[in-house]
Design a protein. Structure first.
Length: 142
């Protein structure tokens, strides 16, 4: 019998996922993490992007806007301001946000400051990467 680890993915609004998984993969500030049962305890910040879980040999993807990842030997907790299943990410909205941020960066008279525009650009790009990864994964499952 394969060993599993319990995972909770929670946003400020609601719980997105709670269950037993084989592995968790996430983009931390210092790099990509792979977490398996009995992992060493860890607390780290997450970058905006994917959190992937392996459930019964199949990968499920979630988008987080950043947040915290806590690892205990039998429990992984992802706390994010925004979290959603990758399939729920709105590509049109992400593209529009990217274009708005790019215009703000290009326009020196813009009302949005540069740091805010860069943050919005990074989040939009992370959402678009999540969509692209989801498409590649779906394409490889045939």
């Amino acid at each position: 019998m394969a060993m599993n680890i319990h995972v909770d993915i929670v946003s400020a609004e609601r719980e997105i996922f709670s269950g037993s998984v084989e592995a968790v993969f996430a983009s931390a500030i210092m790099g990509e993490l792979g977490i398996y049962p009995r992992h060493t305890p860890l607390l780290t910040r997450l970058k905006a992007g994917d959190v992937r879980i392996l459930v019964n040999g199949k990968e499920e993807q979630f988008y987080v806007s950043g947040g915290m990842l806590e690892v205990q030997p039998h429990v992984v907790t992802v706390l994010a301001d925004t979290a959603m299943r990758a399939s729920d990410v709105d590509e049109a909205a992400a593209l529009a946000a990217k274009e708005d941020a790019q215009r703000a960066l290009d326009d020196s008279d813009a009302k949005m400051d540069i740091a805010e525009a860069q943050a919005k650009m990074a989040e939009a790009m992370a959402q678009l990467r999540s969509i692209e990864r989801m498409r590649k994964t779906a394409g490889n499952s045939h």
